[in-house]
Design a protein around this ligand. Structure first.
Ligand code: ADP
Length: 652
């Protein structure tokens, strides 16, 4: 191969520039990132070695080395990890191989350049290797992939636009990254500085991080005393500068907060501290250790299909795999952390895991712990819980319908706005039930796109009059919840826009029934007429008992899907059976008498049909749905206004 020069993809150039700017105040993290890459590469070769010893070619050394040269202004980080082939160097280092890069940049563009949030987002994205360009004017990678036939490659770049790849010499597998530091960053090439940074960020890395320490020492006599007048000698010793103690293996009371936080940042690529953590040491029938974190902010890819996995599986301190399905259910995908089980074999494969009961049991316990922690947070540190909920509430709601075993506990954790909360304030189902006035037997909710579209809905009129609270189900997922959660504390969840509602007090029931019968008799023929006119759009016309001021509203049959759900399905490009709905008329609204009199005076009056169409359109508008034919609606309105006007003019 001859040396070839290639251009970074535009995204990489953009990212490099952003990284350099926004992480400027936190330059030192490049060591953490490079050590972390080295550690990952060591995890990989160790794992492959477990499966097939041949790949190790007799080299069982797993270590990281950091060298520096103050005079040359360089730092070199070497590992005996898996290494990279030429193609891998080009695709891993020269491009962003991550899913969601496009979304990431789109989101970034929305933010102001100076915004702190921008830095947070970049942090979440995991800048990794690129962070080294903050302190370097040039980086050279010399790497050789494990395996007999692989050749060494040299990659070089100034991190601006281009990079080059070339053949190189390297006898052992692994990667060597050399940073040529910027003049102003030359201070990083120092023993104490590197030691300090490694201690701070990478102490728990399970492989030894070695450094050759140079000392000027005077020769000593046989009693260990320095020989006076003798010339100092330069000695070199290899020192391991990290304690290598896996943080989750330590007793919780021994681990400092900073250590927990740094470890979190290492595994999550988050630049912020975690909101909360769980550190477990379980012994008995099942023995495992777990260290789980709740992040403060939702990652940008939380709702993307190939979202990053959150929890890694270790067996006796050895990294086995990233995992998001076995250790925690999907609706807890926001959790980050490590689970280390001593009960699994080291060479456990994904297939074995699928069958293994150990992980099921661990999962059960972990889920319980996560829920307990959230419950405690909600009760004792409500503000913190609300912060969490604003970021991850939607995901938690997925659990309410998917995790039947924990449904009850999870339903205690979910929150909603309601007709009695201020905008932005939330209430729980427990609070709702507690505040229910006497006589109220069900939990009411209304579904819609936003608080704005539901808070003035005609469906709420009667409930407001009776001082019954109605929950606002405005997340797309909220209505799905009701397919799994039909009751809470033995109170049924009931949509105010579906089926029959029965709000009359016991003593008024008789009266209401009488009213209903008499209304039916009085307006029956008008209703039939309306139904005939609108037969293509609705399945029935009824006298309403949920309206107090509006003339009409549309309701769904108890088991039909709501128009809101219909919209959601359509937006996901899913076929939905269109279900016709029921038009309800307010018996106390004068329009019914007007229509009755038109009907009785001239049964064939075309105006009655126009009235019916207008009423239907009003109901559609009130629920925030689009009109089928807005032009026709406008014409009918205008005609009616002219007619009204003419009547008035004629009267004068
Ligand atoms: P991340 O570590 O988040 O994936 P990086 O930009 O730090 O992102 O690294 C990109 C990829 O380059 C890594 O996923 C890995 O495949 C490869 N890589 C980086 N450093 C090394 C290394 N020391 N040994 C082997 N592969 C490496």
């Amino acid at each position: 191969m001859t040396k070839s020069t290639m251009k970074f993809k535009t995204e990489v150039s953009q990212l490099l520039e952003l990284v350099t700017h926004s992480l400027y105040s936190n330059k030192e993290i490049f060591i953490r990132e490079l050590v972390s890459n080295a550690s990952d590469a060591l995890d990989k070769i160790r794992l492959e070695g477990l499966i097939d010893k041949k790949i190790l070619e007799g080299n069982n050394e797993y270590k990281i080395k950091i060298d520096f040269n103050k005079d040359a202004g360089t730092i070199t980080i070497t590992d005996t990890g898996i290494g990279m082939t030429k193609d891998e160097v080009i695709s891993n280092i020269g491009t962003i191989a991550k899913s969601g890069t496009k979304e990431f940049f789109a989101k970034l563009k929305e933010m102001k350049e100076s915004d702190q949030k921008q830095a947070d987002l970049i942090g979440q994205f995991g800048v990794g290797f690129y962070s080294a360009f903050i302190v370097s004017e040039k980086i050279v990678i010399n790497t050789k992939k494990a395996g007999k036939d692989n050749l060494a490659v040299r990659w070089e770049s100034d991190g601006k636009e281009k990079f080059s790849v070339d053949d190189s010499e390297k006898s052992d597998r692994g990667t060597e990254v050399t940073l040529y530091l910027n003049k102003e960053d030359i201070d990083f090439a120092s023993e104490w500085k590197i030691k300090e940074i490694v201690k701070k960020y990478s102490d728990y890395i399970s492989f030894p991080i070695n450094m050759t320490i140079e000392r000027e020492e005077k020769p000593k006599d046989k009693d260990g005393k320095e020989i006076e007048g003798a010339e100092a000698l330069t000695t070199y010793t290899d020192e391991t500068i990290n304690s290598q103690k896996a943080i989750w293996q330590r007793a919780a009371k021994e681990v400092k907060k900073d250590e927990y936080n740094e470890f979190y940042k290492h595994i999550s690529h988050d630049y912020e501290e975690p909101l909360e953590k769980i550190h477990l040491n379980v012994e008995g029938m099942l023995s495992y250790k777990a260290l789980l974190y709740f992040p403060q902010k939702a990652p940008y890819d939380l709702f993307m299909r190939e979202a990053k996995t959150g929890v890694s599986l270790y067996v006796k301190n050895v990294f086995i795999m990233e995992d998001n399905k076995h250790l925690l259910p999907e609706y807890m995908r926001f959790m980050k952390g490590v689970v280390d089980s001593a009960d699994l074999p080291l060479n456990v494969s994904r297939e074995i895991l699928q069958e293994d009961k150990t992980l099921d049991k661990i999962q059960k316990n972990l889920v319980k712990k996560v829920i307990e922690t959230l419950k405690k947070l909600k009760e004792k540190q409500n503000e913190k819980y609300l912060e969490f909920y604003a970021e991850f509430g939607k995901v938690l709601k997925e659990g309410v319908y998917s995790d039947h075993a924990n449904q009850e506990k999870l339903s205690d954790l979910i929150l909603f706005e309601s007709s009695k909360t201020e905008a932005g304030k939330l209430t729980s189902l427990a609070e709702y039930v507690e505040k229910m006035p006497e006589g109220q037997t069900e939990i009411y909710y209304i579904t819609g796109e936003s608080r704005k579209t539901v808070e003035n809905s005609p469906h709420l009129e009667k409930f407001k009059q009776k001082d019954y609270e109605v929950l606002f189900f405005t997340d797309p997922i909220d209505e799905f919840i009701t397919t799994g959660l039909t009751e809470y504390k033995e109170k049924k969840l009931k949509s105010v826009g579906k089926g029959e509602i029965d709000l009359a007090d016991e003593k008024d029931k008789e009266e209401e029934k009488k009213q209903k019968d008499s209304n039916k008799k009085k307006y029956g023929s008008v209703l039939d007429n309306i139904k005939e006119t609108l037969k293509d759009d609705i399945k029935d016309v009824k006298i309403s008992n949920r309206l107090t001021s509006s003339a009409v509203c549309l309701v769904s049959d108890e088991n039909d899907i709501s128009p809101h759900m219909e919209k959601i399905f359509k937006s996901m490009n899913q076929e939905v059976p269109v279900s016709k709905r029921i038009l309800e008329l307010n018996p106390n609204h004068p329009i019914l008498d007007v229509m009755k009199s038109i009907y009785e005076n001239n049964k064939k009056d075309a105006k009655l049909g126009e009235y019916a169409e207008l009423l239907y359109d009003q109901a559609v508008i009130a629920e925030g749905s689009p009109l089928k034919d807005p032009v026709k609606f406008a014409q009918r309105m205008a005609d009616l206004m002219v007619f009204e006007g003419k009547v008035k003019v004629a009267k004068k």
